[in-house]
Design a protein around this ligand. Structure first.
Ligand code: PA5
Length: 442
């Protein structure tokens, strides 16, 4: 068994040739130099590049100790954040957790998430669950001004103070934000919360290996040192895998494959795909360019999206995340009557069936004109997830430069906010408000 993740592109051939992929390798190698030398667009946001190897012992020990305290003192810890201040932690926790952790007794606090939507019933139901419980809050916002987490924090802060008293609330609220700027920083200083800093030069979607991701992951009881160690391995692994992935997906894009579907055959990877979608979507989707990142959970979605993928418009390619070992073994029993006709797989593991579904699907989709990249992950452990996270981050920087965009900004994210603020009559938005009202009337 390989001791690292691997990337294979042999099933992408046909739609593109090895020569077409090779033709992009010089650009990908140049992108590596541009990243390493910090000479490209967005170079103010390259703090993630050598972040894994730069995390010091004191930071890890402090995060672990803070997490221990929250795990011991609280029934629940609510991680409040959105986008890059949410998806990395959610992805890693879901990938490592017992699938039914939410319904089983836990040794320490359970991690819940809020501030990643503005659903009124969602926040109501969360507050209902927290009613009478000892809970803590990890509030995460780099800008410290994002509306969704700010609303959730205002509500939960008020509830925690009312329920447990101001002193408990202050001792069990941790703020992760900019070193000096933003409303959350001022509030944390005023209330005396423990704080961690999101470095200026690390953008939200590249921040999972900072306290943004590490603290909630540690609160959930997982080994952040192994996660970071896995990322360090990839940081030091050279760029064979990242260039292979970046060059192949750009070659496919140029050949008309405008949509990349990240496929998993393990439900624990659902949120890893959500994290990946943000990473690639916000990094590459600009200047009217960029592969549209989509995702499916197989075999579940073979019964919903399978038809489209097999037979619909041929503008897609797939990147399959293939997990080697499961943690547990479940064998399909034999049945004397065999009324369901399943005795032909009796005595075999459920995972063997899943693996054959995976292989069968990949071959069918390649036959149907869907090129296929394969990323193998030996097992869902902290170490391999660390490798995968750093691999995707680095390949994203390379791929964005090969595409010709600045992978480290996200100007388009502001458009909806301006309209929302104008519609809500936020002070300072009077002119936009009048213009929107006129437009809606007209
Ligand atoms: O990647 C990004 O920069 C964004 O998706 C942010 O993570 C997201 O908008 C949340 O921002 P903030 O952490 O400032 O609340």
């Amino acid at each position: 068994m390989n001791d690292t993740i691997q990337v294979f592109n042999n099933h992408a051939m046909g739609v593109v040739t090895q020569e077409q992929i090779d033709a992009l390798c010089p650009a990908a190698k140049e992108a590596v130099q541009t990243l390493e030398q910090g000479t490209g667009e967005g170079s103010d946001f390259l703090g993630w590049l050598h972040l894994p190897s730069g995390i010091d012992e004191a930071t890890l020990a402090s995060i672990e100790s803070c997490a221990r305290q929250l795990r011991t003192d609280c029934d629940y810890v609510v991680a409040i954040g959105i986008g890059g201040s949410y998806l990395g932690a959610k992805a890693v926790i879901e990938a490592l957790n017992d699938a039914f952790a939410a319904y089983k007794p836990a040794a320490g606090a359970k991690v819940l998430f809020a501030g990643n939507n503005i659903g009124e019933d969602y926040i109501h139901d969360l507050m209902d669950l927290l009613d009478g419980k000892r809970f803590g809050i990890v509030v995460i916002s780099k800008s410290g001004t994002t509306t969704e987490p700010a609303i959730a924090f205002r509500l939960l802060k008020e509830m925690l103070e009312r329920q447990q008293g101001k002193e408990f609330a202050a001792r069990h609220t941790v703020a992760i934000t900019d070193a000096a700027r933003g409303a959350l920083r001022s509030l944390a200083t005023e209330e005396g919360y423990q704080t961690y800093v999101i470095p200026d030069n690390v953008g939200g979607r590249f921040s999972v290996l900072t306290p943004v991701g590490l603290l909630p992951i540690a609160v959930a009881g997982f080994d952040i040192r192994a996660l970071v160690a896995g990322a360090v391995e990839m940081e030091r692994a050279g760029d064979d895998l990242t260039i292979r992935y970046a060059a192949t997906r750009n070659a496919l894009y140029r050949a008309g494959k405008k949509i990349e579907i990240l496929v998993n055959f393990d439900p624990r990877l659902h949120f890893l795909a959500e994290w990946w979608k943000q990473l690639y979507g916000e990094s590459e989707g600009k200047d009217h360019l960029g592969i549209f990142p989509a995702s499916v959970d197989f075999t579940t979605d073979l019964h919903s999206m399978g038809q489209w993928i097999q037979d619909g418009e041929r503008t897609i390619f797939e990147t399959v995340l293939s997990v080697g070992d499961q943690k547990h073994s479940v064998v399909i029993p034999s049945d004397a009557a065999d009324l369901d006709g399943l005795n032909y797989i009796a005595g075999r593991r459920v995972d063997e069936v899943n693996k054959m579904a995976e292989l069968g699907t990949r071959l069918a989709h390649v036959d149907g004109g869907v090129p296929n990249l394969l990323i193998t992950i030996p097992a869902l452990t902290e170490r391999y997830l660390g490798q995968l996270i750093y691999f995707f981050e680095r390949a994203c920087g390379i791929s964005g430069y090969v595409l010709g965009v600045n992978p480290f900004n996200q100007p388009g994210v502001e458009a909806y906010k301006k309209n929302m603020f104008a519609l809500l009559n936020k002070p300072g938005y009077e002119a936009q408000s009048a213009a929107i009202q006129a437009r809606l009337k007209g």
